[in-house]
Design a protein around this ligand. Structure first.
Ligand SMILES: Nc1ncnc2c1ncn2[C@@H]1O[C@H](COP(=O)(O)OP(=O)(O)OP(=O)(O)O)[C@@H](O)[C@H]1O
Length: 356
């Protein structure tokens, strides 16, 4: 049944990558999915699975190998399934860009939030959505997800578990819904995209450290937080909401900008965020001391913290953030270290179709 055909994908973006190997396997697909993915062409639909073999400390790769036969049998029919293993950080961006340009019907991230983040970034290039090379094409490439990461926080917003069989069922239905994507600009770098949560200061610093301890599973977030606390100082920011006037935002502990609701391995940090709302939820923690986290931890996990003193929540379409101390305030997006303030965050409403 399987025809393997290795070929290289041409680098499409500004980041020079090792050439990805794309394994193409001819497989069948259910009529539902076939119809949903490819509405107006007789060509066979193509699904590209972008697999991070090192996700969740190597478990993502092992899980993928285990479920691949099921992928083939469940999505059996008349589609083409391409499997592309990432060779290192940022590789998924290039694979995705090339897959979209070549007319893939769906690019499916297989791994954690970091892999999903890279795949989402691959949907854009030079500040614009990547387009199919075939200008006559009447369909767009959908985003899919098989969550197999350590935290897999974006999936939690939809109530999806780290359960590949459940994910394959979802993909097999082929239903698409539009989701918003956040954009981060500034710092003299090109636009950067996030689909889940971008965050600033203590949480971003904790995330930076937790990435080094992924081998400990979800415990990495606790270790990262402890390390982040060392030498931490609340800082005064100034912010500009929806291109209005600058406002002072004193003694910020952490500022979280959510398109999805969860980060840090299940913390419901932006509980009112909804990836199809056309808005971002900004939750700001101010003047927190280390013991506030211990006292309020359960509220942070269940999303009731926004009614607590020194926590505020607002809905925005854009927010610009500067720190007044110039002390190198950490910024992360979807759990990936991005750099330091200043940055501007804004929403691109309904810009991607997601298999949901
Ligand atoms: N072949 C590879 N070798 C090493 N690192 C890789 C490789 N492919 C991707 N990566 C990097 O691995 C990082 C983590 O991957 P991923 O998010 O899938 O798993 P995770 O960190 O365990 O899950 P989560 O982000 O949900 O906690 C990503 O930032 C990605 O850049």
């Amino acid at each position: 049944m399987v025809m393997c055909n290795f070929y290289s994908v041409v680098t499409g973006g500004p980041i020079a990558m090792a050439k990805p190997s794309l394994v193409r396997a001819d497989c069948a697909m259910s009529p539902d999915l076939s119809t949903a993915l490819r509405r107006s062409s007789s060509r066979r639909p193509e699904l590209v699975f972008v697999v991070n073999p090192k996700g969740a400390n190597g478990r993502s790769g092992e899980d993928w190998n285990r479920i691949l036969p099921y992928v083939r049998s469940r999505l059996g029919g008349d589609c083409i399934i391409c499997e592309s293993l990432t060779s290192g950080p940022a590789h998924a961006i290039d694979i995705t860009r090339e897959a979209i340009r070549q007319g893939a019907d769906a690019v499916i991230a297989v791994g954690g939030d970091g892999t999903l983040h890279e795949v989402v970034n691959g949907f854009f290039w030079a500040g614009k959505p990547v387009k199919n090379n075939d200008r006559e094409a009447t369909y767009s490439t959908a985003l899919g997800l098989i969550p197999l990461g350590t935290g897999s926080d974006f999936a939690r917003t939809f109530g999806w578990k780290n359960d590949p069989h459940e994910a394959i069922e979802r993909i097999s239905k082929g239903l698409r819904s539009r989701v918003d994507v956040g954009v981060i600009t500034g710092g003299d770098e090109e636009s950067h995209y996030f689909i889940n949560v971008a965050d600033i200061h203590l949480s971003a610093k904790a995330g930076f450290y937790s990435a080094k301890y992924k081998k400990f599973g979800n415990l990495c977030y606790v270790i990262g937080a402890l390390q982040g606390f060392m030498g931490h100082k609340n800082q005064d920011f100034r912010i500009k909401i929806d291109d209005g006037d600058w406002e002072m935002c004193p003694q910020v502990t952490a500022m979280c900008i959510g398109n999805g609701k969860f980060f840090g391995g299940g913390m419901k940090i932006t509980p009112n965020a909804d990836p199809s709302s056309g808005n971002l939820e900004v939750v700001t923690l101010q003047s927190f001391k280390w013991y506030d986290f211990i006292l309020k931890m359960h509220k942070l996990y269940n999303g009731t913290h926004i009614s607590v003193k020194n926590v505020s929540s607002r809905r925005v379409q854009s927010i610009e953030v500067e720190d007044l101390s110039n002390s190198g305030i950490f910024v992360q997006s979807d759990g990936e270290h991005l750099g330091f303030l200043p940055r501007k965050f804004h929403i691109l409403p309904a810009v991607i179709e997601m298999l949901s």
